[in-house]
Ligand binder design. Structure first.
Ligand code: TXA
Ligand code: MG
Length: 357
């Protein structure tokens, strides 16, 4: 275990210097947390199995959940991916650099520890100057899962990374809050028809515009024990605060009614309530008396899923630190565009799902 973690904050004029220093750690087989446009990643030299093992260890990540390889140019794609179909080139032209991860047949150079023995590798080119600069300066593709303790909400600020991983990794590059807030969309390009394995910032409709048919290969619930899954990550608990989370989803007025009813019931039983709610829900008359709940976090407008995505993980972490016994989450969010990713993360985080209409 590392005893101390160095934090480098990006300020005016120090970007190059910070990237140079951090890249030295990557080259020497160390671990560096860095911002991407989606969430913070915990990076190591993708071609160095010992370095990659440190990432699994620091996160407490199960050894059968493979990592995404982050690249800065097409040459690095050629290093790790075997067959890149035309449809993938179309998607890369449209969305790279950006929040889209593509799965290809792997080359032998990719260590088994990254792919967990699969014959495929997940690759993405992040849309963030710090991430791209770090990969270029290190001169190697960087394997990076989200920089959280396994199972916890992904980090959207350097403070979240430090809260989870301080003392367990070499470096954190603090580049401020990320832009997107939920992880990249993952698409398996190895079958004839591409398969969406994780919803993200790039929506299934956007992908279909470029490549036609796309199959859906994920569910919003946890896969059961022993159930076969295409993407190993699907079977683990995710995004969960330690506090019990009850998600209420359905049409907005029914959701507001149910949340206020639950809040009253809990309060009558002296159970301390945290509320993770949209601005519209918070603004209703029914909710007025509960806004003095023991903890309240406003997610943003239910009509702006991008805003909600950027606040979601910070909200889960905030309420987890408040002195509450239960978190009631507002699921009155449409599943268009990035909304599908927001509802997917909320459902995976939930201990209990109440659907109302
Ligand atoms: O936005 C993101 O993708 C962030 C930033 C840091 O880039 N990274 C991220 O990594 O979310 P992670 O490790 O938390 O999620 C990677 C997902 C997991 O669900 C994993 O199972 C899946 O990608 N995955 C990785 N390699 C795969 C493969 N060869 N086949 C199928 N799924 C794979
Ligand atoms: Mg993760």
């Amino acid at each position: 275990m590392k005893s101390s973690t160095q934090v480098f904050k990006i300020g005016t004029g120090n970007l190059e210097e910070v990237i140079k220093t951090a890249a030295q750690f990557i080259k020497k087989g160390g671990t560096v947390a860095f911002p991407t446009e989606t969430v913070y990643g915990l990076g190591a030299d993708a071609l160095n199995p010992d370095a990659v093992r440190k990432v699994f260890k620091a996160k407490g990540r199960p050894l059968d959940n493979p990592l995404i390889v982050h690249i800065a140019d097409q040459e690095q794609l050629g290093m790790v991916a075997m067959e890149v179909p035309d449809s993938a080139h179309v998607l890369m032209d449209a969305f790279w650099p950006g929040p889209l991860t593509l799965i290809f047949k792997r080359k032998d150079i990719v260590p088994d520890v990254i792919t967990c023995g699969l014959d495929t590798v997940a690759v993405r080119m992040p849309d963030n100057p710090i991430a791209l600069g770090l990969i270029k300066e290190a001169g190697t593709p960087i394997a990076a899962p989200s920089a959280n303790i396994s199972g916890r909400p992904s980090p959207t600020t350097a403070e979240h990374v430090i809260a989870d991983l301080s003392g367990r990794i070499d470096v954190v590059i603090d580049g401020g809050a990320v832009r997107v807030g939920v992880e990249s969309t993952v698409v398996d390009m190895t079958p004839e028809i591409p398969v969406l394995l994780r919803p993200g910032r790039v929506s299934i409709d956007e992908i279909r515009e470029y490549v036609g048919k796309v199959l859906v290969g994920y569910t919003d619930r946890q896969a059961g024990a022993g159930e076969a899954v295409r993407s190993p990550g699907l079977k683990y608990t995710h995004y969960s605060p330690e506090t019990r989370l009850v998600l209420v989803s359905g049409n907005s007025s029914a959701v507001v009614d149910k949340i206020s009813e639950l809040a009253r019931e809990y309060r009558d039983r002296n159970i301390r309530v945290g509320l993770l709610v949209t601005d519209e829900t918070a603004g209703t008359e029914e909710m007025a008396e509960y806004l003095l709940a023991d903890g309240v976090f406003l997610l943003g407008s239910r009509y702006d899923a991008y805003e909600i995505a950027s606040n979601l993980f910070a909200g889960l972490r905030y309420l987890d630190l408040e002195d509450v016994d239960v978190i009631i989450a507002d699921g009155s969010i449409g599943i268009d565009g990035i909304g599908a990713a927001v509802m997917n993360r909320l459902k995976k985080a939930a201990d209990e799902l109440i659907e109302v209409n």
